[in-house]
Design a protein around this ligand. Sequence first.
Ligand SMILES: O=C1O[C@H](COP(=O)(O)O)[C@@H](O)[C@H](O)[C@H]1O
Length: 258
Amino acid sequence: MAGVSDEKTQGKVQVFDSEEDLALALAKYVAHLSNQFVRERGAFTVVLSGGSLIKSLRKLVDAPHIDSVDWARWHIFWVDERVVPKDHPDSNYLLAHNGFLSKVPIPAGNVYAINDALSAEGAADDYETCLKHLVHNKIIELSGTTGFPKFDLMLLGMGPDGHVASLFPGHPLVQESKKWVAYIKDSPKPPPERITFSFPVINSSAHVALVVAGAGKADVIRKALGSNDQKSDLLPVQMVSPEGNLAWFLDKDAASKL
Ligand SMILES: O=C1O[C@H](COP(=O)(O)O)[C@@H](O)[C@H](O)[C@H]1O
């Protein structure tokens, strides 16, 4: 590992010599949390992003994790999804299925994809209803502090503009304070129609990992981790501030301007 810092305000920042090292450490971290939550409450709720995050999960399907993780206890969700059919190249579900889910024995009934037959509004409402049902059944915990769902682990990527989930810089959706799942029809990054968890849900998580690799993201990483911007200037990635633990997984290139 190239470096690590642990500051209360920004979480634990780990910088790895390569994306390969990052992927190895990420697998170890996820497997460790899986063991902990399965032991403590018999379930592990994991929220995925789309994009480059999925490739960085590749070491989880290798030994020793493929055999030691209790995959049957995993429940999979998406922090955001594009409103396209599940077999569309833009689908975050398809990306995760091909790169990760098809390689591990998570029960199909524990994989909560959006209803791709609905409009953006309908899909967001439907996903929020699904989450409420799972809270009622105690698969998902509820934060006693915020009243929003408290996922065990949220695995977030970050776009080169500092967006997380489908919460984009300057978009009013970053201020959503009531909905669990919101919809967007004017995403600046295609495709335009998406659904996304709101910040109150993201920030109620027990653990959030922000996984960022590549020189193309170095400027935003410098802004996120190296500056003291006023509250009004914050990029979405700077608004990630969970009630639980925040861990940054950066490769050397992403951290090159720190
Ligand atoms: O559109 C999206 O982009 C972000 C970032 O993707 P990346 O390829 O730059 O890592 C992703 O986290 C999000 O889930 C996705 O919908």
